[in-house]
Design a protein around this ligand. Structure first.
Ligand SMILES: [Fe+2]
Length: 298
């Protein structure tokens, strides 16, 4: 899941219990009453869920299955060309269906035996602390809706394709699953919300939009790139900077456009050392010092 509130369509619940997803005017589904109704239904199912329950089973429509099929078909060759090796290996090991949208408990059934991760439903934005904190326990909050069928290769929000195809394969890998878990462990050590926000930016520029050189080739390991048909073609041409935790943790980013600046590791080992090392060791004091240092430079 992406992290910042503005990325999500807000969800509200009326006094009569009616759940409404508020799509922005420029959302591809804004003018489609059927799509809006469907989003309301799926959000209502997630809101009715309680921890300990099985995720709500969504009866996906043929149109929704077709969106999933289209994205799987288009992304597969791009993953072969551009995804980091552990991710590519995970595609076969996880074995997600490519012809229909899987249910979240089916995703759990495929990922948990490999790496212990479970999927639980999210109607929309999960508060930062809850989203990241649950990663410590290998619990991943996931949306269940699909992007609008008119533009199957674009979504302004993290839909189930991002959550499952992007993150699910990463969570199944030893290296990137552990990095997600360490981000959760770190979050639960932090008292200061500003420090959690710093950590979420480091996560954004690594596990969402990170790139790495592997055997001399540029590869993506960020779920945001690996689930985005457009972004995956573009990442080679963006500005690349070396991993720098202070810069990543304090950089602004705009979720509505392709990421203009990406942080590139020179090896997977460097991601583990720098990003994993930060997650494993950061404290309120260490992040506060980094934030002070960044301000002094700025
Ligand atoms: Fe995400």
């Amino acid at each position: 899941m992406f992290e910042e509130a503005q990325l999500y369509s807000p969800v509200s619940e009326g006094e009569d219990g009616a759940v409404t997803v508020h799509l922005a005017d420029d959302h591809p589904g804004a003018g489609d009453p059927d799509y809006r109704e469907r989003r309301n239904e799926i959000a209502a199912a997630a809101l009715a869920w309680s921890p300990g329950d099985a995720p709500p089973a969504i009866e996906y429509t043929d149109t929704e299955h077709e969106v999933w099929r289209t994205v799987c078909r288009e992304l597969r060759p791009k993953h072969d060309s551009y995804a980091v090796t552990e991710y590519r290996d995970a595609i076969d090991r996880v074995g997600l269906p490519t012809d229909r949208v899987p249910q979240l408990d089916e995703v759990t059934a495929r990922v948990a035996p490999l790496s212990g991760w479970r999927y639980v439903p999210a109607a929309a934005l999960v508060p930062l602390r809850e989203f990241y904190g649950s990663l410590e326990h290998r619990v991943f909050h996931s949306t269940q809706y699909l992007r609008h069928p008119a533009v199957p290769l674009y979504t302004p929000e993290p839909d189930i394709i991002h959550e499952v195809i992007g993150h699910g394969h990463l969570l199944a890998t030893p290296t990137f699953g552990e990095l997600h878990r360490l981000a959760g462990e770190a979050t639960n050590r932090l008292q200061d919300d500003d420090n959690v926000a710093f950590l979420s930016r480091v996560f954004w520029f690594s596990l969402e939009f990170g790139v790495v050189v592997e055997d001399g080739d540029l590869r993506a390991y960020g779920a945001g790139i690996l689930s985005s048909y457009g972004e995956i073609d573009e990442f080679g041409g963006m500005e690349h900077r070396p991993l720098d935790i202070v810069e990543m943790g304090t950089a602004d980013y705009d979720i509505t456009h392709y990421q203009p600046v990406l942080y590139r590791a020179e090896s997977v080992a460097e991601i583990v050392a720098v990003v994993g090392g930060f997650f494993a060791s950061c404290t309120d004091d260490s992040i506060a010092a980094m934030r002070r240092g960044a301000k002094a430079v700025a």
